[in-house]
Design a protein around this ligand. Structure first.
Ligand code: SAM
Ligand code: SF4
Length: 330
């Protein structure tokens, strides 16, 4: 069987798929207050088109998918899509990144879908006022409730915390303290300029080292050996049930072991978060491409995967990185 290997010998076995560009929140680091220009519905891939693309990718060695957006649970019948994907026998893991504001009623259903193993919940503050200010919506209580329900569920829970200078940096160690009694992985993410041209003023840059030093100021951490392709560097703390991690999303020190490709909600194939999209799969499919055509295409597209995110960014033809993560699929 041919599998997806890039020109640096990296085996691609993980795809991130944005199922929508729509979102019910307006996080300040992701989009402006008025939201982003969403595309007309017919420009989004249909679930059937997504299923087909994923099936072809799994026949080329992909066995793990992360569903993201926008907010995946905003898309009508997202749960039906999860059920549909579960029938793909070549897919081992279906992971979801969500803001958690719409899912407390769905947790039982998610638990029954055995391939849905990992939920990443985005929660940037443990204080209602700050949380609501960041997301520009009053959903803290609901998201906090979801966090507690997920922690008790059979699924693994990771928290995504975007570190925002002067806004939630005073809470970094409150999040770390959560791991004492809760079996969760808290992961701090460096803020990136993917904000749909929302105005951001950062007082100072909170990069990997600064975040780690802040944690070390209160906790004795020991680095854990992570999977080679892990996006985070992870740490344990003695007597803590959970772990902490830092995702060097902007300083990009993890690119060497990247095993991922991305597909946006409109079907743009991306080899890297920082590239500006290398192929429009939607039009290719809608113009009648066969599964063999798709396979051939994927095998050749991954050969163009840049060595790292800095090269991907330098090769962009459509200007600086400023599109919202909601458009790209975070
Ligand atoms: N709406 C879902 C959510 O928020 O979890 C899924 C999509 S969101 C774009 C995926 C992840 O990207 C979230 O954890 C979010 O915090 C992160 N993200 C969005 N914009 C970001 C930025 N400018 N820098 C760093 N992380 C960002
Ligand atoms: Fe929506 Fe997620 Fe972006 Fe927040 S980070 S605005 S929840 S897509």
């Amino acid at each position: 069987m041919s599998t997806l290997v890039d020109s640096f010998g990296r085996q691609i076995n993980y795809v991130r798929l944005a199922v929508t560009d729509r979102c019910n929140l307006r996080c300040q680091y992701c989009m402006p207050a008025h939201g982003i220009d969403i595309v007309p519905k017919q420009e989004l891939l249909t679930f059937k088109e997504m299923y087909r693309v994923i099936r072809v990718l799994t026949e080329l060695g992909v066995h793990k998918i992360r569903l993201t957006g926008g907010e995946p649970f905003v898309r009508k019948d997202f749960i039906g899509f999860l059920e549909m994907l579960s029938y793909n026998d070549l897919l081992e893991d279906i992971n979801i990144t969500t803001n958690g504001a719409l899912i407390s009623n769905h947790i039982d259903t998610l638990e029954k879908l055995k391939k849905v193993k990992n939920i990443n919940l985005s929660i940037d503050s443990l204080q209602a006022e700050t949380f609501n200010k960041i997301t520009r919506r009053n959903v803290f209580d609901e998201v906090f409730k979801t966090m507690e329900l997920l922690e008790k569920s059979s699924m693994n829970l990771k928290l995504n915390v975007v570190v925002q200078s002067g806004i939630n940096t005073n809470e970094i160690n409150d999040f770390v303290a959560l791991t004492k009694d809760k079996n969760i992985a808290v992961r701090f993410i460096e803020e990136m300029p993917f904000n749909g041209k929302g105005q951001r003023e950062m007082q100072e840059s909170w990069n990997y080292n600064k975040i780690l030093n802040e944690i070390k100021s209160e906790f004795d951490v020991a680095e854990i050996q992570s999977e080679k392709s892990s996006t985070s560097r992870n740490f344990s703390i003695e007597n803590h049930k959970g772990t902490v991690g830092i995702i060097p999303a902007f300083t990009r020190t993890i690119c060497g072991d990247c095993n991922r490709i991305r597909i946006t909600s409109t079907g743009t194939f991306k080899n890297c978060l920082f590239d500006d999209g290398v192929f429009n799969l939607r039009d290719f499919i809608r113009n009648g491409a066969s599964n063999d055509d798709l396979k051939e295409l994927f095998l050749s597209l991954v050969k163009k995967k840049p060595e790292n995110g800095f090269i991907a960014e330098a090769n962009r033809t459509k200007g600086d990185v400023s599109e919202s993560m909601s458009t790209i699929g975070g």
